[in-house]
Design a protein around this ligand. Structure first.
Ligand code: GAL
Length: 672
């Protein structure tokens, strides 16, 4: 890992602390700090009055200590003079409330006024700080994925939305036609009647989906424009933006990262299970295939919603990030603040400035990384023969629909990924537009919308010998989130060898025995045979009403309305096979059997002798074995290895709780 660091707030702690802090940072093995993302009022205390001296001083001091800088644009927290003098720059939430000063990311991203001020400060920062050679990167804004405040509903955004719709549909009649507005008398007769939709709840799905697309485009454009501005001054530095959460958010990360140098990720390991963390790391390494990504924030301690970590867990998370392809690991934050919204959120240093146990944990980890990474040299990227296809339109369609409580797109995706993780495999997470050439297995997690070019590429992929796993509601809707009035899967019928007449959501307001009124999932069972083994299981989200054309049924539903009908099917096309699971919410045992079958068909080997939550990641001739369990794990080795980190004892690996071992495969002995 090239960069190990922390977020630093010199505007808060004062310039007299910088030398002491820089010294302590060096001792901890920190070689990069991330500064400035919330510092606008210290950089421009009055309109047009710039006070950059403190930042210059700080950047210079850090440079003297050999510490690199990732400089952030401060636009996530505009100063009070700005939001007060220009109220149109403040975001209006879905309830119509204009947000107040003191919140965060409370700006309107379509406001020309806000852009004018943004452009001024960003241009000036880039001009003044790009000459420093140790300013190696720029982070735009802070976590601009909208989760924090939602979508802006101000009149400027309404007008921009209407212009965006006009550009897309040209005439109102065409929009009515595409959105199919006749139900509930929703036909429009003028652009001005069309307001941004709510993104949650029971709203017109087409309007909600276009609202999501518009907001993502508008915010994305605001971020991308900042990147272009910085690039005018800084030809070499890495420019990107730090995105939070997984990819299941309001901003289309594919579009934004396509224009950025690398993907940046804020990753708090303690708030998710490790299979979800691994999925997120896989998602982020997939944005720029072959390129490293940066972890721009990770927890130093408790965030208030996480859990206290074991003393060696920090190291395990760091090595897992590295093995997945991260080239920077930056902790949030240097010192625990005394005041403000996050005063309890633990930094590396205590409130008092004391370098306590969290500092020591990071120090130990960083020194270990500095010692070991050079021994590994330039590692080839982590690769996988498996791709999971993620489509923002599909996700937003589910999320903006009342069916969200029954079928949760992100949860379904993560459940499928979890099966790969349990088998010690990783996956690339790709957009439908990505090439399928390098994969042996492609998974479509409830991809309810599929376009003709992608359908064609899937056909070619299978014909050439690829294995396709299509799961859930496949190819049933158009791009406006309306169901197609034909039999699904519309474009994949031949490939899957099935006809999907409809389906059933497995959700009930009443308990099955009429005892209780409660919103609950109910399950429908299925049985059959996979690889000569009797298999049974159930689904609890949705099941399909499937008829076979050329496919064969592997499992059939054994109860309820679709009793005896196919539940999981298989169909051959050319040299490949398509497996279709007409079920959402399959139980874990069923998923395990299904994935074993699918992986077997794809000729992808997986380990069954390693406990769950022990990651094994191969990069070139090095294998990273990371124990995410709070117990010692013993593993047998299947080949000749030498340990670069950790120990091999009598041909066995003993991984302590949260222990990490890096193995180098020894070349086979040849006789001369
Ligand atoms: C991040 C954010 C940080 C801090 C942190 C606390 O999402 O970028 O500024 O708020 O969460 O967990």
């Amino acid at each position: 890992m090239k960069y190990l660091g922390c977020a630093y707030y010199p505007e808060y702690w004062g310039r007299e602390r910088v030398e002491t802090d820089a010294h302590l940072m060096r001792e901890a093995g920190i070689n990069v700090v991330r500064i400035g993302e919330f510092a606008w009022c210290s950089l421009e205390p009055e309109e047009g009055v710039y006070t950059f001296e403190w930042l210059h001083e700080c950047v210079q001091s850090l440079g003297r200590h050999g510490i690199h800088v990732i400089l952030c644009t401060p636009t996530a927290t505009p100063p009070a003079w700005l939001t007060d003098s220009y109220p149109d720059t403040r975001l209006v939430n879905a309830e119509g409330r204009r947000l107040d000063h003191g919140e965060r990311r409370h700006y309107c991203y379509t406001s020309d006024t806000y852009w004018r001020h943004t452009a001024r400060i960003v241009d000036r920062l880039a001009r003044e700080f790009s000459p420093y050679r140790h300013v190696i990167g720029w982070q735009i804004d802070n976590e601009p994925a909208m989760g924090e405040q939602g979508i802006c509903h101000c009149e400027n955004c309404q007008a921009s939305f209407q212009a965006w719709l006009k550009n897309k549909y040209i005439t109102v009649d065409h929009l009515n036609d595409q959105w199919a507005t006749r139900f509930w008398s929703m036909d429009y007769t003028a652009w001005t009647q069309i307001r941004l939709g709510q993104t949650k709840g029971k709203h017109t799905p087409s309007r909600a989906l276009d609202t999501r697309r518009f907001a993502s485009d508008a915010l994305g454009e605001y971020i991308i424009k900042q990147g272009r501005l910085i690039r005018q001054h800084d030809a070499d530095a890495v420019i990107s933006t730090n995105l939070n959460g997984d990819v299941f958010t309001d901003l289309d990360f594919y579009k934004v990262f396509a224009t950025m140098d690398i993907a940046m990720k804020d990753m708090y390991f303690d708030i998710c299970t490790m299979d979800t963390n691994a999925m997120i790391l896989d998602q982020f390494r997939s944005f720029k295939p072959g390129k490293p990504f940066w972890i721009t924030e990770t927890g130093a301690g408790m965030c208030g919603i996480g859990r206290p970590s074991h003393r060696d867990q920090f190291k395990a998370w760091m090595w897992s990030s590295y093995a997945h392809g991260a080239d920077a690991y930056v902790v949030f934050r240097w010192r625990t603040c005394l005041s403000g919204q996050e005063q309890e959120l633990e930094g590396l240093l205590e409130h008092s400035g004391h370098a306590g146990h969290r500092y020591r944990k990071a120090q130990e980890a960083f020194h270990q990384m500095h010692r070991i990474a050079p021994l590994l040299g330039d590692l080839p990227p982590l690769t996988s023969p498996i791709a999971m296809v993620h489509d923002y339109d599909v996700m937003w369609a589910y999320q903006s629909n009342c069916i969200q409580k029954v079928v949760n797109y992100g949860e379904n995706f993560a459940r499928l990924y979890r099966e790969l993780y349990r088998k010690h495999l990783s996956a690339d997470v790709i957009a439908p537009s990505a090439s399928l050439d390098k994969y042996r297995l492609v998974i479509l997690p409830t991809l309810i919308m599929i376009d003709p070019p992608f359908a064609q590429r899937l056909q070619q992929f299978v014909e050439k010998g690829g294995i396709l796993l299509a799961q859930g509601q496949i190819d049933m809707k158009d791009r406006n989130s309306n169901f197609l009035g034909e039999q699904a899967p519309c474009l994949l019928q031949d490939l899957l060898g099935v006809r999907l007449h409809g389906g059933m959501y497995l959700f009930s307001a009443v308990e099955a025995d009429e005892s209780w009124t409660r919103q609950t999932h109910f399950t429908v069972g299925m049985t059959g045979e996979l690889d000569g083994k009797n298999v049974s299981g159930s689904a609890s989200g949705w099941i399909g009403d499937v008829g076979l054309t050329s496919g064969t049924a592997l499992l059939t539903f054994d109860e309820h309305d679709y009793q005896g009908q196919p539940a999981i099917t298989e169909n051959r096309t050319g040299n490949g096979i398509s497996i279709f699971a007409a079920a959402i919410g399959m139980d874990e045992a069923l998923l395990e059997n299904l994935f074993s079958h699918v992986l077997d068909r794809a000729g992808i080997a997986f380990r069954t002798d390693i406990p769950e939550h022990v990651e094994v990641l191969q990069r070139g001739r090095f294998a990273f074995v990371i124990n995410h369990l709070n117990e010692t794990v013993h593993l047998n080795l299947d080949s000749d290895y030498t340990a670069i980190l950790g120990d091999i004892t009598s041909g066995k690996l003993i991984l302590k709780p949260y222990g990490v071992t890096i193995l180098e495969q020894l070349p086979p002995v040849t006789s001369s």
